[in-house]
Design a protein. Structure first.
Length: 122
């Protein structure tokens, strides 16, 4: 089971890195273009603005994080079910579920803060 979780964690990290790196690089390029006064055509489009790209990156990351949290909650439930009454297994399962829920709440709060700031910038 530990080997399986390790493999899933590594696969998820690689996938997350690939999904986050591409939009983040585009957001940096647009932000640099928008700071130059010579390339104002890039900044006029709502979809290509730095704020729009940052919003897309945050939405993508929240979607991925929500998926990871659901997977961790399911893993915690499986650990809880298969603990067989062992107190250390039950505590481990409860901690897995609790930390997944806390991570999801923190991600939702970060999403709200980022959207608030982006709406103030627009």
């Amino acid at each position: 089971m530990k080997k399986f979780l390790k493999t899933i964690t590594i696969l998820g990290a690689v996938l997350l890195g690939g999904l986050v790196a591409s939009p983040a690089a585009g957001a940096i390029n647009v932000f640099q273009s928008c700071t130059n006064a010579t390339d104002s055509a890039v900044c006029k489009s709502q979809n290509d603005s730095a704020a729009g790209l940052i919003e897309k990156v945050v939405n993508t990351m929240l979607f991925i994080l929500a998926g990871v949290a659901v997977i961790m909650i399911v893993i915690g439930g499986i650990k809880y079910t298969t603990s067989g009454g062992d107190q250390s297994g039950i505590n481990s399962a409860k901690n897995t579920i609790m930390y997944a829920v806390i991570g999801l709440v923190v991600a939702i709060m970060a999403y709200a803060i980022v959207n608030f700031v982006i709406n103030r910038i627009k």
